[in-house]
Structures are given as structure tokens and as C-alpha cells.
Ligand binder design. Structure first.
Ligand SMILES: [Zn+2]
Length: 283
């Protein structure tokens, strides 16, 4: 068996996905158990930034052969605070799951342990989505982003201004005519500035330093205009160097940096064995 190239999976979890208290129904439990498997199988968690730097710096083979990156989408309080879910009880936050792992195994076990948290910029949009799609307890605020990013275990990154979410009332949208409920139809440079550019500026101000240089397409939808024209032309000026979709595949040295694939928990694997099979894929 010949391994011809490094193939690195990026794994995605949503801390707001709490539908029960077992692996298959709870992304917190999923992350905790998956970290144990990743470690036991000899894989090394690396920061998404590090993956991107290696990819664009032509230094791909310098990464450990068995590297995996972890991302969290949508950025609610469940990423940062332990919270009492009204239906399913206390939930360990994603960052505390990473800390628990370090406590159990020592910081040297996974020296580059890190996850990237893709957040929605607009506070008004988060507030509206909290009431319509989450629990309505005001648990989608941005008070934790600066500390998280500075400490480094969670890196804060851009997941658009308002996710182009269908649940947002018309008056909060970019325009009454914008086709919300998807990100695919985005082909207007001004709306891109609004969705992506102003989020970068907002994150830069809030964090006091640059956010992660990676953008995550809402819904994983990759508009050709954004990936082929807008980001290649304007991304660098905004501090962006790559973007991630949710196409289920490994990242390789040949991957297009504006279309990096990601696996999504509970869509692409929903058991520890499922992750074991996913990690066993040869390229
Ligand atoms: Zn999302």
C-alpha cells in the first residue's frame, strides 16, 4: 500500500446540536469521544491555520502524516460556557471538552490541540436566530470571542454576517430581494462585502487582533462567484487566505484553498466506528 499524498480531514461539529445525551444525538459528547479515538489512533490535532499555512506555503508534507483539524460552526455560547440545556441538562462546552482532554492526557499529548470556531458577525441576526432556531435564552452573544481567541484553544473565524438565514425577518436582511435560506446564489460583490468583508472588520475590532484567516461558507454552500472571483481577488486584503465548504472529502496538497472540504458530524459519521472508518481512508 502506497500513500501518495497527505490527506487531512477537517471535522465539523455544531455545539448547538443538542438533541439528546448520547453520542449520536449530541455534538458535545461526539467531540469528547472522537478526541479520544483520534488520540488513540495516533492522529494529531492541528490548528486549521497551520493546515492552511502549509497548503499555501507549499509545505504540505511537513505536516504530520496523520493530522486532523477540528472546526465548530455557528458560534453560540455552547462553544464556551457549560450550560443547562432546558431539555437535556448540563452541557460541557466545546472548549472545556478540549481542556478536559488536556487534563486527562497532559498538554504534551496533543501539543497543537485547537479548534476553529466559525461565528456569525451580526448581533441582531444572532439574537433573531436565537429566538427562532435555538432556545431563546440569549445564549448566542459574542462576549467570549476575545478571550477565547487570545487564549488560543479556540480560534475565532468568519461565518458571514448573518448566515443568509431563512429565519431572519426581511428588515434584517441585506435587501428584501436577497435570496435567503442559501448561500449558493450569492453573486453580488456588494453583498459579499456586506456578508464577508464587514464581518472581518467587526472581528478585527472585537478581537483587537486578526481573526483566523479562514472563512466558512454558510450551509457549506460555495457560490462559484465567491470561490473563483471574489475571494481570490479581495480575500487577502480582508485577511482571508482560505475558505471551507462541507463537501465530504479530505484536504490534499491539490485542494483549492477557497473550496476546502470538511466532514460534518452526524452527516458523514455518527458513531465512533464511523469516524474510525473515515480516518482509515487511503488516498
Ligand atoms: Zn452555519
Amino acid at each position: 500500500m502506497t500513500i501518495t499524498a497527505h490527506a487531512i480531514p477537517i471535522l465539523t461539529y455544531h455545539s448547538i446540536h443538542v438533541d439528546g445525551m448520547d453520542y449520536a444525538s449530541n455534538d458535545h459528547i461526539g467531540l469528547a469521544e472522537d478526541l479520544e479515538l483520534i488520540h488513540a489512533l495516533g492522529w494529531q490535532v492541528i490548528g486549521l491555520n497551520k493546515l492552511v499555512q502549509a497548503l499555501i506555503g507549499d509545505d504540505w508534507t511537513a505536516l504530520p502524516q496523520r493530522s486532523v483539524a477540528i472546526t465548530l460552526d455557528d458560534g453560540s455560547w455552547f462553544d464556551w460556557y457549560d450550560l443547562p440545556h432546558p431539555s437535556f441538562g448540563m452541557q460541557r462546552s466545546m472548549v472545556n471538552i478540549l481542556r478536559d482532554f488536556q487534563q486527562r492526557h497532559g498538554a504534551a499529548a496533543q501539543p497543537q490541540l485547537q479548534a476553529t470556531s466559525f461565528v456569525i458577525g451580526s448581533a441582531t441576526a444572532r439574537d433573531a436566530l436565537d429566538k427562532s432556531c435555538m432556545i431563546g435564552l440569549d445564549w448566542w452573544r459574542d462576549d467570549w470571542w476575545q478571550q477565547a481567541h487570545a487564549e488560543g484553544l479556540l480560534q475565532i473565524a468568519n461565518h458571514s454576517w448573518d448566515h443568509r438565514h431563512s429565519a431572519l425577518p426581511t428588515e434584517l436582511r441585506y435587501s428584501p430581494d436577497a435570496d435567503y435560506g442559501n448561500f449558493e446564489q450569492l453573486e453580488d460583490a456588494q453583498e459579499c462585502d456586506w456578508q464577508i468583508g464587514q464581518t472581518q472588520v467587526y472581528l478585527q475590532q472585537l478581537l483587537g487582533v486578526s481573526p483566523s484567516p479562514v472563512f466558512a461558507y454558510p450551509y457549506g454552500h460555495v457560490p462559484d462567484f465567491v470561490a473563483d472571483d471574489y475571494l481570490p481577488e479581495f480575500g487577502a486584503n480582508m485577511g482571508l487566505q482560505a475558505a471551507v465548504s462541507t463537501e465530504p472529502a479530505m484536504v490534499t496538497a491539490d485542494s483549492n484553498r477557497w473550496r476546502l472540504p470538511r466532514y460534518v458530524f452526524r452527516r458523514d459519521w455518527s458513531s465512533v466506528d464511523g469516524l474510525r472508518r473515515l480516518l482509515a481512508v487511503d488516498v
